[in-house]
Design a protein around this ligand. Structure first.
Ligand SMILES: Nc1ccn([C@@H]2O[C@H](COP(=O)(O)OP(=O)(O)OP(=O)(O)O)[C@@H](O)[C@H]2O)c(=O)n1
Ligand SMILES: C[C@](O)(CO)[C@H](O)COP(=O)(O)O
Length: 385
């Protein structure tokens, strides 16, 4: 196989100081996992693999720990504190490189994780004849201009329009001077606009759909290989014995017999726990709480369910809904359903409306029909958090 032609030397700036407000969530999007590793790590690795040096990562003042964890083990990175806007963050990154005075610099959004080397090559080649180069894509829909009253105010000729991506490539001295000279009353949309304001010439090269910017929460879902939702099912049986307490869904139920088991034998919570674990493919209740371990003797099963919900959360999923069926001749479940539903909702952090508790008999057939035991089966749906 022919080896890829070497690229000219270049420095890079990855801006990762945004808040990710449109995506939402506690952790800014650039530090959240996407296709198995933090979003920012993807493009930083791609730039390093293409020879970027030095490589400046611009981060918020309070994000150093998150950034170091996200980029752990990568050599030769420099950290710079970002500003209030993307443009401020880029300028801080450029100022950091003044001592190196590289000939070329690529400026890239951490929010665009999938960065093909072929685009980097196109951009750097275009710098032979221009002071800037940007990757663009055609507009395929017709364009309407929106009026303030929500009606169409006009049209634009899409033939002359392009969607602009990053990385954007520049001759370093020109883009640094342009950022320092920026006079706009508001921020520029991107660095090419800053260069144009200083009369630089910007080449348009072919962009790539893979460079899509992760902007909204649904972009994580549609571009991630993690499935948007997962389903798990659980089934459990415990023996009814005289002298035992009867716990179902974390609620103690008065009855002449109770369920026997190593823990509190709450067959309903066991089925739900197994369904959650099944949905994330992480073993079953016995894997996490072995009956051979004395610490689980008599344990409240709510702990098992809370643990499973925590594992699902750590895997990036939230529970969407739970559907449980209890199979027994007695006791009657109906009178206890509201309390059971409330307790399952509390343990899982769900609204009660997302918790369904049903019951059925087996028409006096089998072990449940003879009152020897209670069976429970549950189905749980998870959605990407
Ligand atoms: N003050 C800022 C604002 C944005 N960025 C970076 O600029 C890129 C493009 O910005 P955007 O996708 O809008 O990210 P956020 O500003 O984080 O998103 P939001 O507007 O939803 O808060 C991102 O990599 C972001 O981290 C930055 O370095 N400094
Ligand atoms: C720089 C950019 O990614 C080019 O398309 C874009 O302008 C960033 O815009 P945002 O509003 O900061 O996401």
């Amino acid at each position: 196989m022919a080896s890829e032609p070497p690229l000219p030397s270049f420095a890079a700036i990855v801006v990762a100081a945004g808040k990710g407000l449109r995506v939402g969530g506690e952790v800014p999007k650039q530090f959240r996992d996407w296709r198995g590793k933090p979003l920012v790590r993807h493009s930083v690795e791609a730039l390093l693999a293409s020879g970027a040096s030095p490589l400046v990562v611009v981060i918020a003042a309070d994000a150093r720990a998150d950034a170091e964890a996200a980029l752990a083990g990568l050599e030769g990175l420099r950290w710079v504190t970002g500003g209030a806007s993307r443009q401020d963050s880029v300028r801080n990154g450029l100022e950091e490189l003044t001592g190196d005075a590289p000939e070329r610099v690529l400026i890239h959004d951490a929010a665009r994780p999938d960065l093909p080397r072929v685009v980097i090559a196109r951009l750097l080649r275009a710098l032979d004849r221009h002071s800037g180069a940007i990757p663009v894509l055609p507009v395929v829909d017709s364009i309407a201009l929106a009026g303030e009253d929500g009606t169409m105010a006009g049209k634009a000729e899409r033939e002359t329009l392009r969607r602009v991506q990053t990385p954007q490539a520049f001759r370093f001295d020109d883009i640094l001077a342009a950022h320092r000279a920026w006079q706009g009353a508001t921020d520029a949309g991107d660095d090419a606009q800053v260069l144009m304001a200083s009369s630089g010439s910007v080449a348009l090269v072919d962009g790539d759909e893979r460079l899509k910017k992760i902007t909204f929460a649904e972009d994580f879902v549609t571009t991630s290989t993690m499935p948007a939702f997962r389903v798990g099912q659980g089934f459990d049986v415990h023996r009814l014995e005289a002298g035992e307490e009867l716990w179902l869904c974390g609620v103690q139920i008065p009855h002449d017999k109770g369920l026997a088991g190593h823990s509190d034998a709450d067959v309903a919570l066991h089925a739900i726990t197994d369904a959650v674990l099944g949905a994330i493919g992480d073993g079953d209740i016995g894997t996490h709480f072995p009956p051979s371990d004395p610490q689980w003797r008599g344990a409240r099963s709510g702990r098992f369910l809370e643990h499973a919900v925590g594992l699902a959360r750590a895997a990036g999923y939230a529970i969407a809904n739970i559907d449980l069926t209890l199979i027994c001749e007695a006791p009657k479940i109906g009178p206890h359903r509201p309390a059971m539903r409330a307790e399952v909702a509390r343990l899982t952090g769900l609204d009660e409306g997302a918790v369904s508790i049903k019951a059925t008999t087996t028409e006096r057939l089998g072990f449940t029909g003879r009152g020897e035991g209670i069976a429970a089966q549950a189905i749980v749906a998870l959605v990407l958090a």
